[in-house]
Design a protein around this ligand. Structure first.
Ligand SMILES: [Zn+2]
Length: 406
């Protein structure tokens, strides 16, 4: 594994090295030394360019040979022995070094402050998650973990990496035992944490800036903790701050008062909704009485409303359905279409087929329901749709004979 400069110079983003091997298709290249980190240990491979061609993957084989995969064949003018320049996609590398180094700090802090061992780690696009061997950690302890991690950052401690033989491991107090044998790479955060790891790390903890715990989830009897680490934490803070400022402006409150202000607004809205429904029911009663004034009791009838509030329209239909001998259709012409409601009281058989064939089908009306009420809409009504609906309904309803009393 000679030539793994990503280990000795983790902060180098541009380098040059002679080529030692090019495959026949000229898309796989081996260098005498490289700053490209090959995928491994939960960290992705570096991306970037080699001799100006995009590097899409970097892998290390069992013999320790590192192969760079290119998006396009290398230029014919380039041969084995030529020195080529490599450029690492630095935002990509910087982000995952922060995530990975931050995870070392957090796993150390979890062990120190909550006696929780790291079981697995996932570096996602948005969050880095750490699963620990504990079913529960109190909010106080979790705060202590976060505080400790940020103290380690503030201390700007050095990360030291060194190789030992597995036979020498007894002399080291590793946070997590390793089953590896042979030459083993140890990573130490000065006077805080020591583990075996083959990853690529920031040289100092100060480069992490900030760590924040954003979510705690219980999964398979364990805790999974989600963190914003490094630049991601700062970006997250800025985005959340902006969202909160906008919300504060919208509800005319100081940022810290937004939750209480929202709770008060929600309860006002709920109260207004209740009052609205109550008034709509009262208007519906009066409107039904007024509209049916002079209509013989329980004769089939139709009402056409113009742009009535939908809550009032619904309340009229509901109110009418309380009367077992009612046969009524209610229509409401609005901007969204012609809303319709049909009530056939329980004293009559509900004429499903006749309603479908005689009214809904011919008028292109959508909807249905559960007797005694059907409701729906005609999306694109003609000028005479409401009148045709009402007339057809009265014909169908008049033809019904009441059921014998039960
Ligand atoms: Zn590591």
């Amino acid at each position: 594994m000679n030539g793994a400069r990503y280990y000795t110079e983790p902060m180098t983003d541009t380098f040059a090295s002679p080529i030692t091997e090019i495959d026949e298709r000229r898309v796989t290249v081996v260098l005498s030394e490289t700053c490209f980190y090959p995928e491994g240990g939960g960290q992705p491979a570096d991306r970037g360019t080699l001799a100006g061609v995009s590097v899409t993957d970097v892998q290390k084989d069992d013999a320790g040979v590192i192969r760079h995969t290119l998006s396009h064949p290398l230029a014919e003018t380039v041969s084995v022995g030529d020195r080529v320049s490599g450029v690492i996609d630095w935002p990509h590398r910087w982000d995952y070094m922060q995530q990975h180094t931050g995870q070392h700090v957090l796993s150390g802090a979890l062990m120190a402050e909550a006696d929780a061992a790291t079981v697995s780690v996932h570096q996602g696009e948005e969050l880095t998650t750490i699963e620990v061997d504990r079913e529960e950690i109190s909010p106080d302890r979790l705060s202590a973990v976060e505080r400790r991690a940020n103290e380690i950052i503030r201390d700007d401690r050095a990360l030291r990496t060194f190789w030992v033989d597995s036979s020498e491991l007894e002399g080291y107090r590793l946070r997590r035992p390793t089953s590896r044998t042979g030459r083993i790479r140890l990573v130490e955060i000065e006077e805080f944490d020591l583990v075996a790891c083959g990853g690529v790390h920031l040289p100092r903890t100060g480069m992490l800036n900030l760590i924040h715990l954003v979510a705690v989830e219980r999964i398979r009897g364990r805790l999974r903790l989600a963190f914003k680490i490094g630049d991601r934490a700062l970006e997250d803070y800025a985005a959340k701050d902006e969202a909160l400022q906008r919300a504060a402006f919208q509800v005319s409150a100081q940022p810290a008062d937004v939750p209480d202000r929202l709770a008060a607004l929600i309860s006002e809205v709920q109260e207004a909704g209740r009052a609205h429904r109550h008034m709509a029911a009262r208007i519906a009663e009066l409107e039904l009485e007024r509209r049916l004034d002079g209509t013989p009791a329980h004769a089939a009838a139709g009402i056409v409303l113009e742009g009535e509030d939908q809550e009032v329209f619904s309340a009229i239909v509901e109110h009418a359905s309380e009367e077992p001998e009612r046969r009524l259709c209610v229509l409401n012409r609005t901007d969204s279409g012609l809303h319709w409601g049909i009530v056939i009281g329980a004293a009559y058989p509900f004429p499903q087929q006749e309603l479908r064939d005689g009214i809904l089908g011919p008028l292109g009306a959508k909807g249905g329901g559960k007797p005694p009420v059907w409701r729906g809409i005609i999306k694109d009504p003609d000028d005479d749709s409401a009148d045709r609906f009402r007339d057809a309904f009265i014909r169908v309803a008049d033809a019904l004979h009441s059921r014998p009393p039960r």
